[in-house]
Design a protein around this ligand. Structure first.
Ligand code: SF4
Length: 341
């Protein structure tokens, strides 16, 4: 019989497990403490549980940590990990050190069903939702996990398309019985799934990043099929009507494609649609993928695009490119691995 994994369970789930296995209710917090505050490798290591309790637990449950299969290290210090997940699939995780910060970029799905045309993960198609165990294991099972200061859900998959498991993982990261992180250390990125966005905003206090890439309906449809059913106008309506506290940040991700979304017309329209929203735009340089029809504008044009947005009163920054020498574009590494098998 396959044992269930304890790592990735919320406190309420652990309480249910203690009941099911005939353990006292207070043991749930003890188990959470072992899972999320200490470094153990098996249920046997939970030494403040009686031997009888550990045996009862071990009969049906295991710790459930999985080491990465591969690690690539970039000359700029960025690391990329390949993890195996259910059904023989692979997911990718990136660790990006930057002065006193160390940000981990986690995947929320194997593959993705959103089909953004510029994305390697999108080309893989959807292969499955990750459990909260598989989401958090990317953080817990890398050697540098104690140094991680921030987490972004910007790896493979669309987090709001797997919202229940993503919310569970956020609850564990931010709960006082879990890792106890401030939600302001976490950013969840989405293409804008309307019927889950409101729920996400209400159920957690983490930062929100929306993948925008074009302010024009027709042009965004060509880049991101989601625009056909979940428009940016509707996403912005939800954001405008939600009461964000001062600490909670909204940002818009904008990959700059030469000749496609990098003109003064785009600057004007971005300024118009984002008017009145307290936000920033993160401009991302596009790094060509094998066989891609897209390219990136030059450095001068990229800086000019940023400056033009700033001149319109929109805070815009250019994200530093990291890990280019290790296939850091999301989806590349796992595609290579899948093609081998
Ligand atoms: S960009 Fe994100 S949402 Fe779009 S296909 Fe890639 S992983 Fe999915």
């Amino acid at each position: 019989m396959q044992k269930e994994k304890l790592y990735g369970k919320t406190l309420n789930e652990l309480i249910a497990i203690t009941k099911r296995t005939g353990m006292p209710g207070f043991a749930a917090r003890q188990i959470a403490d072992w899972l999320y505050r200490k470094e153990i490798r098996s249920v046997e290591d939970m030494t403040n549980l009686s031997k009888r309790m550990r045996e009862a637990l071990s009969e049906y449950y295991e710790l459930g940590l999985t080491d990465p299969l591969k690690t690539s290290v970039s000359s700029d210090g960025t690391r990329k990990y390949l993890f195996p997940v259910q059904n023989g699939k692979f997911i990718e995780t990136a660790l990006i050190p930057d002065r006193d910060r160390s940000t981990i970029c986690v995947s929320s799905q194997a593959g993705c069903k959103m089909g953004c045309v510029f994305c390697m993960t999108g080309k893989q198609g959807f292969q499955g939702n990750l459990s909260s165990n598989e989401i958090l294991n990317q953080f817990r099972s890398i050697p540098e996990y104690r140094q991680i200061t921030n987490m972004v859900y910007m790896g493979m998959g669309e987090p709001l398309d797997n919202l229940d498991e993503v919310l569970k993982s956020l609850e564990i990261l931010t709960g006082d019985w879990g890792y106890g992180w401030s939600p302001t250390r976490i950013t969840v990125s989405t293409v804008g799934i309307l019927d889950r966005l409101q729920e996400f905003l209400e159920k957690c206090r983490c930062h929100l990043a929306v993948s925008l890439h074009s302010p024009f309906d027709e042009e965004r449809r060509k880049l991101m099929p989601i625009q056909k059913t979940n428009t940016v106008d509707e996403v912005l309506n939800i954001i405008r009507n939600f009461d964000f506290n001062r600490q909670r940040r909204v940002s818009f991700e904008y990959i700059l494609f030469r000749g496609i979304n990098d003109t003064p017309r785009h600057v004007r329209e971005l300024a118009r649609i984002l008017n009145g929203i307290r936000c920033r735009i993160n401009i991302i340089r596009f790094h060509p993928l094998p066989g891609s029809e897209f390219s990136s504008p030059g450095e001068m044009e990229t800086l000019a695009f940023r400056d033009a947005l700033n001149a319109k009163g929109i805070i815009a920054t250019i994200r530093a490119s990291r890990g280019i020498d290790i296939n850091a574009a999301c989806g590349l590494l796992s595609t290579l691995e899948q093609n081998k098998s």
